[in-house]
Ligand binder design. Structure first.
Ligand code: MRU
Length: 430
């Protein structure tokens, strides 16, 4: 059976405590928005899609179990306002991943639609609409990941075929390197980047998967390595600092075809925020002629932010660098499951620390963004164009912005009787 970060049935949510992995399997009951917030903020659940799912379902459980109706809400409008407050609170749990904001926008839209559907809409109707939409977010995520796996594996197969054209080898298998955790534990199942690796394996296209440790919080060694072993995928763990040596010394022999990573936020031009250490891998991949692929559902794409400069990067506490918690190893090298976990110092506790949880990889280093709607390759202008895979959101966000700019230019032109720049209002080119 595949690993599950989230177990849900209506009125009941259990979330796997990933801080205890890989040594203990413990599910926390999440019954309120506060439980959901704490689970996310303390990183008991991680990964952009899983965070959005736990926030949505956590509130769904609270609302469902408090019913009928919404405490203190006399009308549908009161219920919408009550839910808005709860969603705004959940949005502050972690700032970088955009899936949470996108899920919140969808949930707010659906409660408004339910309120507008009839003049007799009740608080109960609003809760029902909310719970249905939260469950749909959860269910859609799995289908999304399966589609990402399929598109990504086929795209990589096609790249391999193109490279091999004219060559004599019949071996179509490839190796890949991944960073952080993007598998079943970071999503509703299958995974994004790890989903592509799973699908490559299923299609007998995978020779070997390498995964980084992903310092400082070790999502790679604690979670991805665990998932790879659990799934029986041929894999090797390396430290983040070994990537360059891997490319140089084992790249050709392993047919290292791609680095595949997930994303916490892909912005309009394709700049991508992902776990710290992603950017250096992209630069190394380019240097060594290895493809660099981002696997991300369209819910991780943020069209409202134009470039990576607009992404807020979460900074986390120093202890993530200076201490580590783990299981006790017996003298014979085996894990002592019964012994309490211990926390040890890995640095002088007085040292100053900088701990950004994510970095931004510029679009120019990314070859392809694999979504559930298909693969978008970087354009000749060095950036990505997502308009054709998400035309409605593109029209709602980018189209609206362009319309406002045109109106602004026309207004300023009429006022000053001359061409003016829309951004500064100074005389210039329209
Ligand atoms: O800080 P985390 O553990 O939540 O970071 C997770 C990552 O950066 C993942 O690579 C990313 O969210 C992609 S999840 C499919």
């Amino acid at each position: 059976m595949s690993l599950q970060a989230v177990r849900y049935s209506r009125g009941k949510l259990e979330v796997l405590d990933q801080l205890r992995l890989p040594h203990e399997f413990h599910y926390d009951a999440v019954t309120t928005r506060k439980d959901a917030f704490d689970s996310i903020a303390s990183m008991r659940v991680r990964g952009a899609p899983a965070i959005a799912i736990v926030a949505s379902l956590g509130l769904a459980v609270e609302l469902h179990n408090a019913g009928p109706g919404v405490p203190g809400a006399a009308s549908a409008a009161d219920a919408v306002a009550h839910i808005d407050d709860a969603l705004d609170y959940l949005k502050t749990s972690r700032p970088t991943a955009v899936d949470l904001s996108n899920a919140i926008d969808r949930l707010k839209t659906c409660t408004r639609e339910a309120a507008a559907a009839s003049s007799s809409s009740s608080p109960d109707d609003i809760v029902r609409a909310f719970v249905d939409e939260a469950e749909a977010i959860f269910e859609r995520d799995l289908q999304t990941n399966l589609a990402i796996g399929e598109h990504g594996a086929e795209w990589l197969r096609a790249q391999g075929s193109a490279a091999a054209a004219g060559g004599s080898s019949n071996d179509k298998t490839m190796s890949v390197l991944t960073h952080c955790n993007t598998g079943s534990l970071a999503t509703s199942g299958h995974g994004t980047a790890l989903g592509i690796i799973r699908t490559l394996r299923d299609k007998k296209l995978l020779r070997h998967a390498f995964c980084t440790e992903t310092r400082p919080y070790n999502q790679g060694s604690r979670l991805t390595a665990f998932e790879l072993v659990y799934e029986g995928i041929p894999a090797t763990l390396i430290t983040d600092s070994m990537a360059a040596a891997l490319f140089r010394t084992r790249g050709a022999e392993a047919n290292l075809a791609a680095v595949i990573v997930g994303a916490d936020r892909v912005v309009r031009n394709g700049d991508t925020a992902n776990k710290i250490g992603t950017y250096q891998l992209a630069v190394l991949a380019r240097h060594h002629g290895v493809r660099f692929v981002v696997a991300a559902p369209t819910t991780s794409i943020d069209l409202a932010t134009r470039t990576g400069d607009g992404i807020k990067i979460e900074e986390r506490k120093p202890e993530e660098l200076t201490q580590v918690t783990g299981a006790v190893i017996r003298d014979d090298g085996t894990v002592d499951e019964a012994a309490p976990k211990v926390r040890v110092a890995t640095a002088d506790q007085r040292i100053g620390v900088w701990n950004p949880a994510f970095d931004v990889t510029p679009a120019e280093y990314i070859d392809a963004v694999v979504t559930e709607k298909g693969v978008v390759e970087r354009g000749a202008d060095g950036v990505f164009d997502f308009s054709h895979i998400m035309p409605e959101r593109w029209a709602a966000v980018v189209g609206k912005e362009e319309e406002e700019q045109r109106a602004n230019r026309a207004r300023l032109g009429a006022k000053f009787g001359t061409a003016v720049r829309a951004d500064t209002g100074a005389p210039g080119t329209l």
